[in-house]
Design a binder for this molecule. Structure first.
Ligand SMILES: Cc1ncc(COP(=O)(O)O)c(C=O)c1O
Length: 430
């Protein structure tokens, strides 16, 4: 191939995720669009149980046949199209990193910002592309102007990295970090909102709320908490690590001021990709975590002075969005909720088995906790893995004691049948 032809192909490859030539179009578009056509008159709830449809989605993944991965809460695999995009971008990068990375691949950043903004239902000038929810939330938590005595209300079941960020501010700046606790499941929004409201004092400035609690999958009523907080003149920081690209919402619907997520969870984007959203009028007041020449500026890009990082991973996000859009947010939410209910409703009546998560749609989707009386979380997790090759996560944290189970769109019903059988056998034995 002539040098010029190859060069033009490489440039085309860069535009990949944002063009009609995207890898998604080459690999999956025809198949998924034909599957979509067959179900186009069905509601998302009805499509949720259509195994023919989901078998097309399952085949787009390359997951190991040797284990059943029911921990998609920690991190999720990418479909083949995303993996191949990252591999191609990586190969291109290594043909001349400083040129292909900074002059070619980086041209994909603004189209990617637009695409993420469109998925999130917000202005692209409010979107930051970064590495994960931890980085995004630390940016907000450590970047807010707070002084000694200012109060922040969070929860003991928030994610440890962010509790630690608030604790560091307490140690360093003398802010007061208050933590609520809940006995989840709670199936009453008013009770949750009231707990936050009752903790407010004249010194409160911020409410930190986790949209989906990672330990047990409880969905919190972020909109109601935000509206209540704003009536008191407070700001709301929302951790959406487990909600974005799973629950069908637009970020502005939540009414919060700051939102952070990892894209390597339910979006199935490359591992090590994240996103932050800051309401436009709040951008100037947040100090960047990694300094920028205009730290008080209003340009959201001031948060992207990350130094050299993986451009292939970043650009691979585009193909994950193509894949997401082909399924549709609501369809995905209903399918994953169906998978959770599919197994949970079968084990709930087995003697000694306890379900630790609400099965009502408003309060859970993918994540659900399960325990067996007399068997600790770690022991149950080990038995599931050693005897059945089923991978889950043991949770023994604060007031939560269970094994956390999280299917994803590629999970197959026979895998859940095996899990249900395993729980039945283990509960019958000891
Ligand atoms: C609720 C919640 N927030 C934030 C994170 C951090 O995600 P990451 O490790 O991708 O930064 C996690 C990780 O599982 C989480 O469960």
């Amino acid at each position: 191939m002539s040098g010029r032809k190859q060069f033009i192909q490489q440039i085309g490859l860069m535009a990949g995720a944002f063009s009609v030539n995207s890898l998604f179009n080459q690999l999956h578009a025809a198949e998924i669009s034909s599957a979509n056509n067959k179900v186009k008159n069905l509601s998302p709830i009805n499509v949720a149980t259509d195994e023919d449809y989901w078998s097309v989605i399952q085949q787009a993944y390359t997951v190991s046949p040797n284990i059943i991965n029911l921990n998609n809460g920690g991190v999720s695999p990418s479909p083949r199209v995303v993996q191949e995009a990252v591999e191609r971008y990586n190969k291109l990068t290594n043909e001349g990193p400083s040129y292909f990375m900074w002059e070619i691949l980086d041209q994909g950043r603004e189209p990617l910002r637009e695409k993420l903004a469109s998925l999130a239902g917000c202005n692209k000038e409010e979107i930051v592309i970064n590495r994960n929810a931890t980085e995004a939330l630390n940016t907000v938590i450590l970047g807010l102007d707070l002084k000694a005595g200012d109060e922040v209300i969070g929860c003991k079941l928030d994610y440890p990295n962010h509790m630690n960020a608030w604790k560091q501010r307490a140690m360093r700046d003398g802010i007061v970090y208050k933590q609520l606790n809940f006995n989840f499941p709670v199936e009453n929004d008013d009770e949750i909102v009231a707990a936050f409201e009752n903790a407010i004092t004249p010194k409160t400035k911020i409410i930190h709320v986790t949209h989906v609690i990672n330990w047990v999958g409880q969905i919190l009523p972020v909109r109601k908490i935000s509206d209540m907080a704003h009536r008191h003149g407070l700001e709301v920081v929302c951790d959406g690590a487990h909600s974005f690209a799973l629950l069908d919402f637009k970020i502005p619907d939540l009414g919060c001021d700051y939102f952070a997520t990892s894209l390597h969870k339910f979006l199935s984007a490359p591992i090590g990709s994240g996103m932050m959203w800051i309401r436009q009028d709040k951008i100037s007041k947040i100090w960047p975590l990694l300094a920028n020449g205009d730290p008080r500026g209003t340009n959201i890009r001031k948060f992207e002075t990350l130094g050299t990082r993986s451009f292939p991973i970043e650009q691979g996000i585009g193909e994950a969005i193509n894949f997401q859009l082909a399924i549709g947010n609501k369809r995905k939410e209903e399918r994953v909720r169906y998978l959770k209910n599919y197994w949970a409703e079968q084990v709930i009546n087995i003697p000694r088995v306890k379900i630790k998560t609400s099965l009502k749609s408003a309060y859970s989707c993918a994540i659900c906790g399960v325990s067996i009386d007399g068997i600790g979380p770690r022991e149950l997790e080990r038995i599931l893995f050693n005897n059945y090759k089923i991978h889950t996560v043991p949770i023994d944290y604060e007031n939560v004691s269970c094994v956390r189970v999280t299917p994803h769109v590629y999970t197959r019903l026979p895998e859940l049948d095996k899990f249900v059988r395993a729980i039945g056998e283990i509960a019958a034995k000891k």
